[in-house]
Structure formats: structure tokens, C-alpha cells
Design a binder for this molecule. Structure first.
Ligand code: AMP
Length: 279
């Protein structure tokens, strides 16, 4: 397994692979890897000949008051996990390699960003689309794997790829959960033991609503209230949002189409997201 830190070396490696007629699968991450990330790597390996994992905590997707500085990092552990998953290359650049001091070009999507996480994190998705576009140009993957855990992000990336004609096939992998149902996340490490225990109720809330949804014709306002009560009765947390939107375009839900129930919750300073598709 190679660790590549510069853009020029990454581009040269990718060109060589393509010259040999082989394909590259790509998994962009912010590191502090867990089984969710590893499931993405396994999918990339199944789809393509070679696999590149990027580990880069992208500053442009964090607002000044957010957790960029305290975002968990452990490169040695990540390196071991990538090796155990038979990754071919880790792309591990520093910020001065990725953003020149005079960087002022950004990629933004309209429409899908002004809701869900985009409401409480208004600059977040512009940072995400910009770094993913840059990484696609640097790594030149044939396919890239994203997680359904960040459902809004996956939809926005798919739209960006389609609108800007990136020659990259996007694959979206299911959410990997802890035994009690909590979606795996690098940020789970910030939870104290009480919060960690209570955080399992996020998934219980999704399942509770899924059961209600199957029972009757859905009244989404009512379901929202019930979900909030269910969660507030089980956990000391602050709900950022509980929303129901069309699972494919984030428009208001329409009859006979899959519905995304998305949740964002603060446990203290730690913001967790999760979702389920109701159909
Ligand atoms: P992150 O390092 O948190 O930016 O995530 C990198 C990629 O891993 C994104 O595409 C996430 O959606 C995906 N991911 C994060 N957590 C999970 C999970 N629990 N299950 C599946 N994919 C995940």
C-alpha cells in the first residue's frame, strides 16, 4: 500500500493505472476510520481494479464555530485499517497542498443544499462539492463510493457529477451500525457513556416511525411530532431537525415515491445524523 501526499504524485499514479487499462475506485473520507468506511472500501474494490482512499479533513466544509480543530485524527490507525482492507493507495495531503493561499474557486449546487443539514450548516455543502470535485480531478477515479449515512451529501454529489459531466460512476453504500443501532460515525467518540447509551434511541426513533408509516396513510407533521416525543422521552438531546423529504430529490414527499426520514441531533456539542428510507 502506498501513501501519497502530493497532487503531482497522485495524478501520475492514476495516469499510469489508466494507461495500463485498469480502473480506479475511490473512497473520500475525513479519516478516523470505522467499519462504515471499510464497507465503502470493500465496495470500491468489488467495482474497480485499484482502490484509493483519501484521508483529508477539509476545512472549507466547516464553519468557524464548528469542530474542525477537534475533529478526531489518527493516521497510524487509519493506515492499519486501510492496509487490512487491502487498499492500494491512501491519498493523504496537507491543506497547503490542496488549497493555495489565493484559492477562490468553489463548486456549489443549488436547490438541494438549502435544507436539512444545509440550514444549520449553510456553507457546508459548498465545501463538500468543492473538495470532491478537486479530489475527482486529482485521483481521476472511474467510480467513487459514498455512504447513505450522509444521504443529502450523496444526492448532492450525484447531481454535481451529472450536471458537470464528471466521468465517475457514483455508488452509494448502506449505513453500517453499531450493535445497538447507532450509525457508526467518527464523531461518536465524543459521546460520554450516558450520551452513547442514549444515542441508540436515534435509530429506535427511525424504526418506530417506519413501523407507523407502514400502518397508515402518513401525516408527516404528526409523524414529526411523534418522532420528537419518542426521542425526547429517551434521550437528553437537542433535535436540530426531523424531516421527511423525497428520497431522490429532497423535494416534499409525493405519493408512491420513497421518502427519506432524516434526523440531526445534538448530544451536548456533538451533532449526529441518521436516516431511513421509507417506501
Ligand atoms: P466521513 O469520513 O465521515 O466524511 O465519511 C466518509 C464517507 O464514509 C462518506 O461517504 C460517509 O457517508 C461514509 N460513512 C460514514 N459513516 C458511515 C456509516 N456508518 N456507514 C456507511 N458509510 C458511512
Amino acid at each position: 500500500m502506498k501513501v501519497i501526499k502530493t497532487i503531482s504524485e497522485m495524478v501520475a499514479w492514476s495516469r499510469e493505472i489508466h494507461r495500463a487499462g485498469k480502473t480506479i475506485g475511490f473512497v473520500p473520507t475525513m479519516g478516523y476510520l470505522h467499519e462504515g468506511h471499510l464497507s465503502l472500501i470493500r465496495r470500491a474494490k468489488a467495482l474497480c481494479d485499484f482502490t484509493v482512499v483519501s484521508i483529508y479533513v477539509n476545512p472549507t466544509q466547516f464553519a468557524p464555530h464548528e469542530d474542525l480543530a477537534r475533529y478526531p485524527r489518527d493516521f497510524e490507525r487509519d493506515e492499519q485499517l486501510c492496509r487490512s482492507a487491502a487498499t492500494d493507495v491512501i491519498f493523504y495531503p496537507e491543506t497547503r497542498e490542496i488549497y493555495q493561499p489565493d484559492h477562490f474557486t468553489f463548486v456549489g449546487t443549488e436547490k438541494m443544499t438549502g435544507k436539512l443539514c444545509g440550514l444549520s450548516r449553510p456553507h457546508h455543502f459548498r465545501g463538500v462539492t468543492t473538495i470532491v470535485a478537486k479530489l475527482f480531478n486529482i485521483v481521476q477515479p472511474d467510480c467513487a463510493v459514498f455512504g447513505q449515512k450522509d444521504a443529502q451529501q450523496a444526492l448532492i454529489i450525484k447531481k454535481m457529477v451529472s450536471d458537470l459531466n464528471f466521468p465517475v460512476q457514483i455508488d452509494v453504500a448502506p449505513i453500517v451500525r453499531e450493535e445497538d443501532g447507532l450509525a457508526m460515525s467518527s464523531r461518536n467518540k465524543f459521546l460520554d457513556s450516558k450520551q452513547r447509551q442514549e444515542a441508540a434511541s436515534i435509530y429506535q426513533t427511525l424504526q418506530y416511525v417506519a413501523a407507523q408509516y407502514r400502518k397508515e396513510k402518513p401525516d408527516f407533521n404528526q409523524l414529526k411530532k411523534e418522532a420528537a416525543n419518542f426521542l425526547n422521552n429517551r434521550a437528553e438531546c437537542q433535535i436540530d431537525y426531523i424531516e421527511f423529504l423525497d428520497a431522490e430529490n429532497l423535494e416534499p414527499p409525493a405519493a408512491d415515491r420513497p421518502v427519506l426520514m432524516a434526523v440531526a441531533v445534538y448530544f451536548g456539542q456533538t451533532r449526529l445524523i441518521d436516516n431511513i428510507v421509507l417506501s
